[in-house]
Write a protein that binds this ligand. Structure first.
Ligand SMILES: [Ca+2]
Length: 525
């Protein structure tokens, strides 16, 4: 059957369902506005009670929809996290696309935007889509994994030197004006609060003071550099929030707000040591809110269920009234959330699976840092498969699995000066093979219970392994190192460690990495 005809029939079927119970949202085909910020951890938004990050836009969406208290990404790094969101699959189910800065496999793993774009939805994006990496080809053509680009509109004079160049709202207006009568799906790829930040602008542009910052974790020094860094991070969130307010106003003016599901989240945790790239609470726990005046029942709710970024694709497919495989995608492994939107009793998954393979070019032999983890009943169990590797990357090449920052510099300098090594050990030092944290008591993940609660580890590990086997995770079959064999998408990343030690590359400071991070002396451990 022609798929376009098939999708055209869905609303009739769905209308029948809705008529009986009045509650089902399946097949109602709303427009979808998916807002994905870059590197924003939970709870850094006003709606979560963080009063030094002011987010009227996010708070509005939460107050008029659902605020999710337990949304996590399986993999706390841009490209693999976005790949999971776009396919409804875990990063270890996506071959090369499960790593960072790699090619997306040609003709494989059709994304939600590609599939819906060919089946009755108009799909587009602005800002950062699936990145960084090479999207590869499908049927010989360069792929558009997040739909058609709308990138023409740029900000004439951004308030700091380090903000993204895109005018998200103006590009979204261009997309809306291309209306062809189909429902649409739009990826608002926010560049903030990715590094780097213009130092001190979080103070100079907002009237805040260093004492406004709360909850400095015990693994960072509480000093002026760290507090300034956090306020700069907050400023970038506040900057992009204003663009979403504009986008929502635009939808209202066009009469489309009522029939648009807004999903607002991030791709991974904040770019600070022991956060982004890891599997800890502030690495993987993300802000999320959804609003849909014409769909979400009983708006103004809070949802405490465990929700994963891989749940977004199956949810949107349900709303579109199509199955993944029916429109050419691979099977999805996320859990669809339409019952949560409809305020129906939810008998959902009571655990979340997290993990990672290779992120940046941070170690010898192009090795990653393999982790799998399970979150259940407030406990976070982490299995570090190779505890003999440097978790943040090798010191002699600057710990490249940890973005450069004033906070990182402060931690590195305190060790070099012999003043304090505690922070360095927590953020850069080796880790045990097993970790266990009870998040309600220990959200910073510093009190490892793995030695005192072996029964819990055993039970959690059994569940984790059984689920990963169901997912076909190569690491469960002793084939996990295949992730280290996938090439980076640009030669400059490949064998970086060896080429640097041989003196074949002269790395210089760039947006993400500073030469001052590189350790010139061996570190006794
Ligand atoms: Ca990111």
């Amino acid at each position: 059957m022609d798929k376009k005809i098939l999708i055209g029939m869905i609303p009739l079927i769905a209308a029948g369902c809705a008529g009986k119970g009045g509650e089902s949202l399946i097949g109602t085909r709303p427009n979808i506005l998916l807002i994905v910020s870059d590197d924003q951890s939970y709870p850094y938004a006003g709606a979560y009670g963080c009063d030094w990050v002011r987010t009227p836009g996010f708070d509005f969406v939460a107050e008029n929809g659902i605020l999710f208290n337990n949304c996590y990404t399986p993999n706390a790094k841009s490209a693999p996290s976005r790949a999971g969101l776009l396919t409804g699959r875990y990063s270890w189910q996506l071959e090369e696309a499960g790593n960072h800065i790699t090619p997306w496999p040609n003709d494989r793993y059709l994304t939600l935007f590609e599939a819906l774009g060919e089946n009755g939805y108009r799909a587009g994006f602005t800002g950062k889509g699936w990145a960084p990496g090479d999207p590869g080809k499908r049927n010989g053509k360069k792929r558009q994994l997040t739909g058609k680009p709308y990138q023409k509109r740029e900000v004439a004079s951004p308030p700091t030197t380090e903000l993204g160049k895109w005018d998200y709202a103006a590009n979204f207006a261009d997309f809306l004006s291309d209306d062809n009568g189909e429902p649409w799906i739009f990826w608002m790829g926010i560049r903030e609060p990715h590094r780097k930040y213009q130092y001190g602008t979080g103070l100079s542009l907002t009237g805040k003071s260093l004492s406004d910052v709360t909850d400095i974790p015990p693994y960072w020094p509480d000093n002026e550099e760290v507090r300034t860094d956090l306020l700069d991070f907050a400023y970038e969130i506040e900057y992009y929030d204003a663009y979403i307010v504009k986008a929502i106003d635009m939808l209202r003016e066009k009469g489309q707000l009522n029939n648009t599901l807004i999903i607002w989240t991030s791709d991974n945790g904040m770019p600070f040591p022991r956060r982004k790239e890891n599997s800890y609470e502030h690495s993987t726990h993300l802000p999320m809110a959804m609003m849909w005046p014409g769909g979400i029942r009983k708006p103004g709710r809070v949802c405490d269920d465990y929700v994963s970024l891989v749940d977004i694709t199956p949810t949107i497919l349900k709303l579109a009234g199509v199955g993944a495989e029916e429109i050419g995608m691979d099977p999805v492994y996320g859990t669809e959330l339409t019952d949560i939107l409809a305020n129906k009793p939810v008998n959902s998954r009571d655990y979340l699976i997290l993990g990672r393979e290779r992120h940046d070019d941070a170690r010898p032999d192009n090795q990653g840092y393999p982790i799998r983890a399970l979150l259940q009943d407030g406990y976070l169990y982490i299995h570090n498969f190779k505890p003999w590797l440097w978790p943040a990357g090798n010191p002699e090449t600057g710990y490249r699995d940890c973005d450069s920052s004033p906070t990182k510099t402060s931690i590195l300098n305190l060790r070099r000066e012999g003043a304090d090594t505690t922070y360095w050990h927590c953020c850069m030092g080796f880790r045990p093979e097993y970790e266990l944290y009870y998040l309600p008591d220990d959200p910073m993940c510093v009190n490892n219970l793995s030695d005192s609660d072996k029964a819990r580890i055993e039970a959690m590990n059994a569940l984790l392994v059984s689920k990963l086997k169901e997912q076909g995770d190569p690491r469960m079959e002793g084939k996990g190192d295949i992730f280290d064999s996938y090439p980076f998408y640009q030669p400059k990343f490949q064998d970086f460690y060896e080429r640097y030690l041989r003196g074949e590359v002269e790395p210089s400071d760039n947006k993400t990495f500073l030469m001052s991070d590189y350790e010139s002396e061996a570190i006794a451990y």
